[in-house]
Design a protein around this ligand. Structure first.
Ligand SMILES: *Cc1c(COP(=O)(O)O)cnc(C)c1O
Length: 428
């Protein structure tokens, strides 16, 4: 083992005590929230910014803002929202908060974000859709300029969820500033992490002011509490803003550290394993979570159910849970890929649109239906996993992790001291 836990994501933490002291000192009464909004605004090319207490809160506000712009009123119940299929629940759940209809869009194999072809297909089927939400999966940007163009052709508003990709760029432009509305997250494990926190950015300052009021209980600007409409308690705390402010100056260091971790995996893992992210020259990921895909033959090998999972030990191939268990036995955290939204029982009655057309819910653990589905998001989720990307991990520790993963996959022999345990952990 490593003698300590190697985490999926631990980022650079500066000594933020001075910042915290300043945030809670009632005499200084220092306003980190305003300061952070200004800093984020300049980092995001001058976009207007509102900070919030969670990324989910920001996503909720972004959907409300997009809907009020698209429909010019609060009357948008049962209107459709296109949403990436491969994303965490925090992106999709707020669509339901607003009584709108999510329609999920399949991923493409280049970047596992929304596939532009499938999005075109979705607009052919539902041409009056006015809101599209994309996610830059695990910090690796999608084809956002093309997606933006498709949205413009259909008069739809693009919400760019940059929660996992803060600091990533496309054509030199920060992700979250290419779509109409950008959403950011500074929660646990993110590249800038204050335990919880989010932000929303938009080109039009007036729009952000509308959201600022909504996220502050719709309190009117009067000395007393006067409320005309529904509001939400979504503002960021001064302490959270202080912690984020202490980390923000280190963003380049963090991304460069993450890039080295990613490159070490890329250069040393069995070449059939690593998912090579979109390597177009114009893409600069933040490398938040390196992801690998196992052989597609694992379908027969690994079975998941509501009660857990099992896998057979077959040489020359491996499955996500087998690798995750092997790493766990050594004291390192890895994680399965997101289970797509279209497989969540919660979204049973909503469609997924892929190149094949539209399909309704597939039971997530029904191997027969799942095995023969051709959707990219489902394929990726069955055989993908995220590797440890802990910034405190040493090069030596990462090479041990690489050895464990390679051993699981190929059954090849590795360093004598670790071989036995690896073989055991891999069920060999
Ligand atoms: C982390 C994250 C969020 C926000 O999650 P919170 O639980 O609100 O911090 C939203 N979208 C994506 C894609 C995320 O990764």
């Amino acid at each position: 083992g490593f003698g300590r836990r190697i985490k999926l994501n631990t980022c650079f933490y500066d000594d933020n005590c001075a910042y915290l002291q300043k945030a809670i000192d009632s005499e200084q009464n220092y306003n980190f929230v305003d300061e952070l909004e200004n800093k984020l605004s300049s980092y995001l090319g001058g976009r207007a910014v509102l900070t919030t207490n969670t990324g989910t809160g920001s996503m909720h506000m972004a959907i409300k803002l997009a809907a009020s712009i698209a429909y010019g009123s609060n009357d948008y119940k049962n209107k459709r929202v296109f949403c990436s299929d491969l994303c965490p629940i925090e992106q999709a759940m707020p669509i339901l908060y607003e009584g709108m209809i999510p329609t999920f869009i399949d991923s493409g194999y280049t970047d596992f974000n929304i596939d532009p072809e499938s999005l075109n297909k979705a607009f052919e089927l539902y041409s009056d859709t006015k809101i599209v939400i994309i996610n830059h999966l695990y910090g690796f940007p999608g084809n956002v300029f093309l997606i933006k163009k498709i949205c413009e052709e259909h008069g739809a508003i693009l919400i760019e969820n940059a929660s996992e990709a803060f600091g990533a760029r496309v054509d030199g432009k920060a992700v979250g500033t290419i779509g109409d509305i950008g959403v950011f997250d500074f929660g646990k494990g993110k590249i800038i992490s204050a335990d919880s926190g989010g932000a929303i950015a938009a080109g039009d300052k007036a729009n952000i002011e509308i959201v600022r009021s909504l996220a502050d209980m719709s309190k009117e600007k009067l000395p007393w509490n006067h409320h005309n409409c529904i509001g939400y308690d979504y503002r960021m705390s001064n302490i959270t803003a202080a912690v984020i402010s202490s980390q923000l100056p280190h963003i380049d260091e963090v991304i460069s550290g993450k890039r080295h971790i990613f490159e070490r995996y890329r250069d040393n893992l069995n070449e059939d394993l690593i998912y090579l992210n979109n390597s177009d020259e114009n893409i600069e990921p933040n490398y938040w979570r390196p992801m690998i895909l196992c052989d597609s033959s694992i379908n027969a090998k690994e079975k998941r159910s509501e009660n857990g999972y099992s896998y057979e030990d077959i040489h020359g191939t491996s499955s996500p849970m087998e690798i995750i268990d092997a790493l766990d036995a050594f004291g390192a955290d890895a994680a399965p890929l997101y289970m797509p939204m279209s497989m969540q029982p919660l979204f049973k009655s909503y469609e997924l649109i892929s190149l094949e057309g539209k399909i309704l819910y597939l039971e997530p653990y029904n191997t027969e239906t799942c095995l023969f589905s051709s959707e990219v998001s489902r394929d990726a989720s069955r055989r993908g996993l995220c590797l440890p990307s802990d910034m405190t991990m040493t090069e030596e520790e990462q090479f041990q992790i690489i050895e464990i993963v390679n051993a699981c996959f190929s059954g090849q022999s590795i360093d004598r001291d670790t071989t036995e345990t690896v073989m055991m952990a891999c069920g060999m």
